[in-house]
Write a protein of this length. Structure first.
Length: 213
């Protein structure tokens, strides 16, 4: 078996083993989201995966759809609920992505899947992050999570793609547990969510409808 095939096999086994617990926890989260924010319970967004292929990512909603008098969405920090903050800080909002892993869109470990709009903004070097399947957690997530500049985050993604091994994946999983327990790097300072990647010239704030966490 190739390294990619071995990784895929481990992903499937890991998800099937964890599925009963994931479903049990997800039921309670879905109920909480429904009571606080109504429907839909899940947030869906197009993301770019392996080789730049587009797929639909699932996660639990963390924000309301509140708008101002002109019909514009309110700033992220005003729409992010206390439950949403809790789900983000513990990464429990990512649980539905187990389904993305089972489908083959994602891996348990890999670079976080980002917006399709970013594909044309990467340098050729940064684009190599798509040489591997995106993951629920990854090397960039355990080395700063969202509290790092985009250029550094993408550099770490490429490093992972170049240096992947089963040992590295196990190391990342362990470091993820520690990160989540400490709730470090949940968002970039001054932003409720990760700013939008605009290439090497700048970043602008995003949200559940735009940003890619």
């Amino acid at each position: 078996m190739t390294g990619r095939a071995i990784k895929r096999f481990i992903d499937i086994i890991a998800c099937l083993v964890a599925l009963p617990l994931v479903l049990a926890v997800s039921i309670f989260i879905a109920l909480g989201v429904h009571l606080m924010m109504g429907r839909p319970v899940l947030f869906r967004q197009k993301r770019a995966g392996l080789d730049g292929r587009i797929f639909e990512l699932w996660k639990f909603r963390t924000m309301t759809d509140e708008r101002d008098e002109a019909g514009r969405l309110l700033p992220d920090e005003m729409r992010l609920t206390w439950l949403g903050k809790l789900l983000r800080s513990t990464s429990l909002d990512e649980l539905p992505q187990v389904w993305n892993v089972i489908k083959g869109d994602m891996s348990v470990v890999g670079p976080r899947p980002l917006l399709p709009e970013y594909l044309d903004r990467y340098t050729p070097e940064q684009a190599r992050r798509h040489d591997v399947r995106p993951g629920i957690t990854g090397w960039a997530q355990v080395n700063g999570r969202n509290d790092t500049k985009w250029e550094e985050r993408l550099r770490q993604d490429v490093w992972y793609a170049d240096n992947w091994s089963l040992w590295l994946d196990f190391k990342i999983l362990w470091m993820t547990v520690v990160k989540v327990l400490k709730r470090e790097g949940v968002s970039k300072e001054g932003h409720a969510t990760m700013p939008e990647f605009m290439g090497t010239k700048g970043e602008v704030a995003g949200g559940d409808g735009k940003a890619a966490q």
